[in-house]
Design a protein around this ligand. Structure first.
Ligand SMILES: [Zn+2]
Length: 71
């Protein structure tokens, strides 16, 4: 689990990652803001606002990746 602090509302959220590196969508549970985050070695390196369209696209990519991993 990695703690992510929302830059909009300062609320801490948690995400669980399968790897120590991650770049992808994140949604704050409190303000419902959408962001692209980058985690490197279990540390949050970047946190950027994301629009809904881009969020959907990134989620599709993540879903596809997950599908491929199963086979
Ligand atoms: Zn927030």
């Amino acid at each position: 689990m990695i703690k992510i602090k929302c830059s909009e509302c300062e609320t801490d959220g948690n995400i669980s990652l399968v790897a120590s590196n991650y770049q992808g969508p994140y949604r704050c549970w409190k303000c419902r803001g959408l962001f692209t985050i980058k985690v490197d070695n279990n540390e949050l390196k970047s946190f950027e606002p994301l629009d809904q369209e881009e969020f959907d696209r990134q989620q599709e990519i993540e879903a596809l990746k997950a599908k491929f991993k199963q086979h």
